[in-house]
Ligand binder design. Sequence first.
Ligand code: CA
Length: 519
Amino acid sequence: MKPLCVQVHPSDNVAIIVNPDGLPAGSVFESGLKLAEAIPQSHKVALAAIAAGQPVVRYGQTIGYANRAVEAGHWVREEMLELPEPPALDELPLATAIPAPLPRLEGYTFEGYRNPDGTAGTKNILGITTTVQCVAPTVDYAVRRIKAEILPRFSNVDDVVALTHTYGCGVAIDAPGAAVPIRTLKNISLHPNIGGAPLVVSLGCEKLQPARLLPDQNLRPAGAALFPVLEADPYVIRLQDHEHRGFGDIIAAIMRFAEKRLAELDQRRRHTCPASDLSVGLQCGGSDAFSGVTCNPAVGFAADLLVRAGGTVMFSEVTEVRDAVHLLTPRAVNEQVGRDLIREMKWYDDYLARGSADRSANPTPGNKRGGLSNVVEKALGSVAKAGASALMGVAAPGERPASKGLIFAATPASDFICGTEQLASAMNVHIFTTGEGSPYGLALVPVIKVSSRTALAERWHDLIDIDAGRIATGEATIESVGWEMFRLILEVASGRKKTWADHWGLHNTLAPFNPGPVT
Ligand code: CA
């Protein structure tokens, strides 16, 4: 392979090395640029001399200021960059460059499960919600038995999933931050892929009582099902109820009600749904310097296709949007949506400040090994996932978006917390891009994993669903990989194709975001 580097924007003064083994000193690019030293793959080369104090430009944006003079052909390393100030939140342009609506895309459908609340499921799952961590091992035990002894009789149900978590008690449940985990658990309990109603297992003495978790639901207490109820009302089993004598009784009760609910879910069938019923959550994990060049722009192209088909696309990860927020507020469909976006940025700035942290805490050692110098460079690559359409709405952590189209759903960037919060925001398919590699997956929705580099896709051939690295080598384009992704979303949403994460059963633990105090 001849020496190859990628310059994203004409004004960039750095480019990243494409060759999988990096390049030795003396390598000459087609442009005539000669490497003065060896540079590893995905790390940055100076395309021109950069004087001390001058901006280092990638994506057409300043990712930092050189703290020493750098000659052309030299390696621009993390420690040579000073972090710029984040964009000031009070001076951002709001809705000043609203993108024109993209041409409508008609005729794309998937086979999904219709729900009474208007959402569509991409799986048919019995979800067993828990109000508190105390009951989690008991529910896990019951789920093992249900899967072995009952589920095989209900062939239309895909899975039984224990919705366990670390919240529910030992927390300041009325503190301001508590609304986030409670809303998150509530909305996950009503997720489209569990038919809108869970089985609820409660301990009895916990702070998060079932009626507090699901305040708008007509809960069906186990053993008192004599009053009229709707089919979709959740059953509640309380372990401390006097009727349960011993563990055997407790498990028998959970299994009895699981069987009732499984019989209800087994009646459901897939129906043809328009692609506008898709709600696709986007995030990256283990990013590298290629992420912003290959997988994330391809995701952005697929996001635009979904928006054009009338669907919902959510991008998240506040700390990876914060340094690119000035590129997003002009795209807000109106000033209010722009202000909502700023509200979420401010909330997170304050949250980090309370913990004596700032956004520079974001890049991981793996990100840096992958050539990402700082959070600014990471953010500029990350927001490429948001495509080019107007920003239609903003959801606070764990909220369901109020509109379709492109949505910013505020979450931490932490992979498993972001995924959990996007589940609460009712995503029914998840796209996860990675450069360094993560075997991440979620039980409730299919997770399509996209690699930024071909080397990762080859090494993890049975974990990565789409290789976007072909974009860097010129074997594929952003458009072709974007279409491939869009079509795979429809196949996976219809249950016709399995993601690798589902093939292996790789399902990360739910991790609701809890910014509130623990007691
Ligand atoms: Ca992430």
